[in-house]
Design a protein around this ligand. Structure first.
Ligand code: TV1
Ligand code: CA
Ligand code: ZN
Length: 375
């Protein structure tokens, strides 16, 4: 396509989000959101969208889905009080996946605030596509944290959209099953959930094709279980027909796409084999459908790949992905992204420098050299 029609894009970013840390050795790194942002900045995308810093979500807003007790807990727990307040790691935060890190409740209000803000802008008709890479935390449950997720920003965003819209479609391309969102809307036909995920000996273990919703929600939960190593072509061959059919029969008033980047090849926890283009194709496909769209983050554990794909998907939202120069413009992570100015050049230069220190051997040809007796 030579040119693409314009969309009004809202981009939610909080400059503090990248500074939170789940703790040394934990695979979830909020820093990747800052990396994506630096690339979005370097590629000069900021002037092409409405850049917004969301109002942080309040405790009361979080209780639209979560229990008062759990939200209250999240706001007072500290690394020091965690053991006591979780009753020895048996309530609210269970296991290693969800540590009580420093600034946890602020991190949750940034993530949820962005997704709620995105939903409000979409519902008000102020934008066509709204982006919050700090959102997409699909495992969080009503009364407990799960799989690196504490507050379910997606459920909160959907509830916001349901104030205005009769039907909302949720699509989840994270490598893991979107269980928290599915569970929250399992018995209603006002939300259709559709998750593509690795299934079989993989967290969280739910999401078979027999799980289709219950009561009024029967048929409104769609699960696409996949095997390891799926490629762009195979992924697209199931994504497009399934999503097209859903759009045709369900006619959602708005769509939320969870863009978990752990479905990319080379992810530390994921096991699919998608390229950035295969992943972004899902964004491009939904943009073409001309339905109000929210793009959220999610998983993604190989930081460079996450930053790269979310920046590229921001370009897809703007319809300028064809203008993205694969040569990275300068940015604060330029060296780190290498090797263009980096490692191979450096290795060659170093090797040549080391060789220069050698004393040149006398200029005699091998066949002129005196023959040693061979023994
Ligand atoms: C601390 C330190 C926690 C190192 C967790 C990988 C770690 C994992 C860690 C890890 C890890 C999981 C389980 C085990 C449940 C547990 C954002 C009792 C090297 C959306 C969440 C995956 C994915 C949770 C989140 C999973 C998302 N895998 N190192 N933990 N059982 N948890 O298997 O969908 O991407 O791995
Ligand atoms: Ca998924
Ligand atoms: Zn995941």
């Amino acid at each position: 396509m030579a040119s693409k029609s314009k969309r009004k894009v809202d981009y939610f970013h909080d400059p503090d989000v990248g500074a939170y840390t789940y703790g040394l050795g934990h695979p979830m790194k909020p820093h990747r959101i800052q990396v994506a942002h630096e690339l979005v900045t370097a590629y000069d995308m900021l002037p092409k969208m409405q850049v917004l810093k969301a109002k942080r979500a309040s405790a009361v807003e979080m209780t639209r889905f979560h229990t008062d007790e759990y939200v209250h807990f999240l706001h007072r727990v500290t690394p020091e009080t965690a053991e006591e307040l979780t009753y020895g790691g048996t309530r609210f935060l269970v296991g290693e996946d969800n540590p009580a890190f420093e600034g946890l409740s602020e991190f949750c209000s940034i993530s949820a605030g962005g997704s709620i803000g995105a939903a409000q802008r979409i519902a008000a008709g102020s934008s066509d596509i709204a982006i919050n890479w700090a959102g997409g935390l699909h495992h969080a449950k009503k009364r407990e944290a799960s799989g690196f997720c504490y507050i379910n920003d997606i459920v909160l965003a959907i509830l916001e959209l349901l104030r205005i819209y009769p039907r909302v479609l949720y699509i989840d391309i994270d490598c893991h099953h979107g269980d928290g969102v599915e569970e929250a809307f399992y018995t209603t036909n006002r939300v259709m959930t559709c998750s593509f995920h690795k299934f079989g000996e993989y967290f969280p273990g739910t999401g078979t094709q027999e799980d289709r919703g219950r009561g009024k929600g029967k048929g409104y939960a769609v699960n696409i279980p996949l095997k390891d190593g799926i490629t762009d072509e195979s992924y697209q061959s199931v994504f497009e027909p399934v999503v097209s059919k859903i759009l045709e029969v369900y006619k959602p008033s708005a769509v939320i796409l969870q863009c978990g980047a752990d479905s990319l090849s080379g992810d530390k926890l994921g096991c699919f084999n998608l390229t950035m283009y295969g992943h972004s194709h899902c964004v491009q496909f939904l943009r073409q459908q001309n339905v109000p769209l929210i793009l959220l983050g999610g998983g993604g554990y190989t930081v460079k790949n996450v930053g790269r794909v979310w920046a590229f998907e921001t370009a897809c939202a703007l319809g300028i992905e064809d203008e993205i120069d694969t040569n990275l413009p300068w940015n604060p992570y330029f060296e780190w992204f290498g090797p263009r100015t980096g490692s191979l050049d450096k290795v060659r230069i170093t090797a040549l420098e080391q060789l220069r220190e050698l004393i040149p051997a006398p200029s005699v040809q091998m066949h002129d050299a005196p023959r040693e007796p061979l023994g």
